[in-house]
Design a protein around this ligand. Structure first.
Ligand code: HEC
Length: 108
């Protein structure tokens, strides 16, 4: 058996402990940069209406991650917006609903 293993283990444990103690006693402020906000609605018609109505409860990621394709056009988005209102209690002006649906179908 390699007799150096316990020594190496002992030394590395010591190093870990020293680092741990060093951290515990220094109270320097930690500065870090937050990542850029990536979950934004894409530019498109009626973008403001969407930003006003669809950002209160969750990020634009919920829209971004929806599947794409011919099956996910107007009807799909109409149903999504209706669901936000009926199921999750979003308060959206009746007049804004078609604008939002138009934006989502055209942009996503
Ligand atoms: C009152 C809060 C609220 C508002 C306002 C809201 N949503 Fe949601 N939304 C939710 C909740 C709650 C979920 C479900 C979260 C979960 O399942 O984790 C959700 C989920 C979603 C999803 C994911 C698919 C799904 O059906 O669960 C999409 C897409 C979505 N919202 C789009 C929208 C759009 C577009 C708008 C603006 C018209 C909007 N949301 C406004 C609460 C809201």
């Amino acid at each position: 058996m390699n007799r150096r293993v316990p020594l190496v283990l002992f030394l590395s444990l010591g190093a870990v402990t020293a680092v741990g103690l060093g951290r515990a006693v220094t109270a320097a402020p930690v500065n870090y940069k937050l990542p850029e906000e990536t979950a934004a609605f894409k530019p498109g018609p009626n973008l403001e209406v969407v930003q006003n109505n669809c950002t209160a409860c969750h990020s634009a990621d919920y829209v971004n991650i929806q599947p794409r394709g011919p099956k996910f056009k107007k009807d799909f988005w109409q149903a999504e917006v209706t669901k936000m209102i009926k199921v999750y209690g979003a308060t959206i002006d009746d007049a804004d609903v078609p604008k939002i649906v138009e934006y989502l179908a055209a942009t996503y």
